[in-house]
Structures are given as C-alpha cells and as structure tokens.
Design a protein around this ligand. Sequence first.
Ligand code: PLP
Length: 395
Amino acid sequence: MVKRSPHFSTLSQADLFVEIPRRVESFRKKNPHVHLVNLSIGDTSQPLIPPIHEALVKEAHQLGTREGYKGYGPEQGTQELREAIAQIVYRHQFSSEEIFISDGAKCDIGRLQLLFASCSSVAVQDPVYPAYVDTSLLSGKKIHLLPCLKENGFLPDVEKIPSVDLLFLSSPNNPTDAVFTRDELTYLVRWAHKEGTIIIFDAAYASYITDPTLPHSIYEIEGAKEVAIEVGSFSKSAGFTGVRLGWSVVPKELCYEEGTPLLRDWDRLVSAFYNGSSRISQKGGIAALTKEGLEGLSKQIGYYQENAQILKRALSEKGYAVYGGHHTPFLWVDFNKRNSWDLFSQFLEQAHLILIPGRGFGPSGEGFMRVSGFGHREEIFKGIERLSCISLQSL
Ligand code: PLP
C-alpha cells in the first residue's frame, strides 16, 4: 500500500481561500436571492492595461504563425525578461543569471523549500500570507511563529527572533500592510549574517509602497546578497493573477553553510521541475516594465489605493479601529479579540458582506478582519452601504 505523506497531518486547517468559498457557497444555497458584496478579495479586478494586453495578443498571434511559432523556452525564463527585471526592478544590481522567471511568487515559495533540508527550522510572521507556513509544513520543516501585534506596528519583535535556518519576511505584509523600515531590515540582515540564517523576502506588494524612505527590496540593504533570496510577482502590480508571472532572485554570493552556492542548486532544481513560464505571459511582463507600462500600472495601483482609502474613511467614521491601507490595498480591522470566524458569519448573514477572518492568517490574526480594496469602485461603495446594515455595537 502507498503511504500518505505524514506532513499533511501537520497542516492545521483547510486552506483559507478554499474554506471561505465553501462557507459562502453554503450560504448562497440557503439564500439564492441574496446579492453578496465581496470585500474579501485579494485578487485584482481591473482589466490589463492596453500596452500589456497588446503585447499578449501580439505574442499569441505570432505563435499562431509558421514563422513566429516557438515551443519550449529556457526553464529559467527568456533572456529578454530576465534582463529587463535585472535592469529595471533591480537597477543593474544583478546579472540576468541571478533572476529566475516563474509562474508566480506562490509557486516559487513552494519550490524554494526543496533547496533546504527538511530538518531546517523556519520562522514566519504571524499573521501572514499562509503559503510560507503551508509549504514549510508540507516539506517537513519546524515552524516558529513570530507574533506581529498592534503594539509593535504589526511587525515582529526583531530582537526576539529565535535562531532559525530560514526566515520568511513579507513586506508589505498581507494581511496587516506593515512594512519593514530600512533600519529594521538592516538589523535583520546583520542578524542573518551572525546566525547563518537565509531570509526569503516576499516583495509581492513592493510596487504599492509610496513612501520613498521605505525599502522596496531587501537588496537595498547592504550585505543582503549574502543572506537573502527575494521573490517578486507581476500579480498585484500588473494584474497578472490569472496571466501568472513572477520571479525569484538568487544572488551568486548566497551559499549554504558548506559553501555551495544556492544559485547552482536553484538552477538545477528549476530545470528539473519547471518547463519555463508561458512565452505569452513573459512578453506581457516585458511590456509591464516599459515606460508606458510602468506609467499605466502606477495609475492602476493608485485606483486600488484610493479604494482602500475610501473604505478606510468610511470604516473609521463608523467607529471601527482600522489599520493599513497604505502599502497594500488591505485594511486590517481590529475587533478587540472577538472570534473572527464568528464575525465572518455575522457579516455574511446580517450584512451580506464577505470579509476575511484574521485567524485564517495565523493565531495572532484572531480578533481582526481583513477588508480589501481590490474590488471595483462600485463594489466598494456597495460594501460601505452594507456596513450600515450592521451596527458595530451588535458585533
Ligand atoms: N505573496 C503574497 C504576500 C501574496 O499576498 C500573494 C497573493 O495574494 C502571493 C505572494 C502570490 O503571488 P503570485 O500570484 O505571484 O503567486
């Protein structure tokens, strides 16, 4: 008989993004005529901007011609896109060989786990995007949660991080919106050097940072190349959640304790596991990094940021204690230790509103709800109307 991987039993609960649709579907079955307003989505809602759309269509068209048809591309991504990311995102800090194109940050987070021994220990922010915890547990690693509480601006107490092999950092953080400052990251990079820890820095929301004093990338910090991998994504910056495109940076300076460069193993692993990102999406990524693309995307990001601000004002006026909405379109609303799955049910049943329970992002998310500005503007206004159906005191 085939044995099931023992690691499945270490996963604590159903995936948040599966559990919510399941509960919503069950409500819909019982209430088929109710229109639900969704302020839970972490997905983008606006159409692709014209230069990106045109690049995708052009490449798709080329592939439909005898002369323009191409099959497999390099597993690590096309040279053109690797160079564009090295030059435009990282301002020539890296050679194209250190940039690996992927089908998204989440997929790379899972694959990166294979670089490290399953006895490795991992520290992650709590609350946080669940992929770091799930993929660490599924690969047999031991997890330490770093509580990120209101008192500490939703960042971990950096001086209390235990000695671990791997440290995942999400900055800006989904769901709390917290960003590490330059000083905090400098401390962590020095700490990683001292401890022999590798940092995996998830910069999926970096393009939402508007404060120029805040780091967009861990490589803005001196010494980071020797201790950090960074994953990036076109999902939230360019609306590629369905197109699928991301990257990871594995600097040539980064080595395991016995001296082997990670770059060599990552290159090998990518070739073993992956047949390259779609040629069409890679052309879209190149278009996103042109001057016209970057200008169009900055407007689109501004739209989501404005949604978050509209929501934040409305919630604050109604007396809610709201955090976030600056470096991501996510608001993190404090319900003073109330059970967040109960709150989820109350918002769903009484206001016909879908929000995300903070507990789904980790134990320290209990008592909070995530409200998202990623929807259409009309949906944001409808959501605000629905909030009037429920009094804060009744929660
Ligand atoms: N990282 C964070 C922090 C996220 O919130 C998300 C998606 O919500 C991802 C990564 C997933 O990115 P991708 O779509 O590139 O897989």
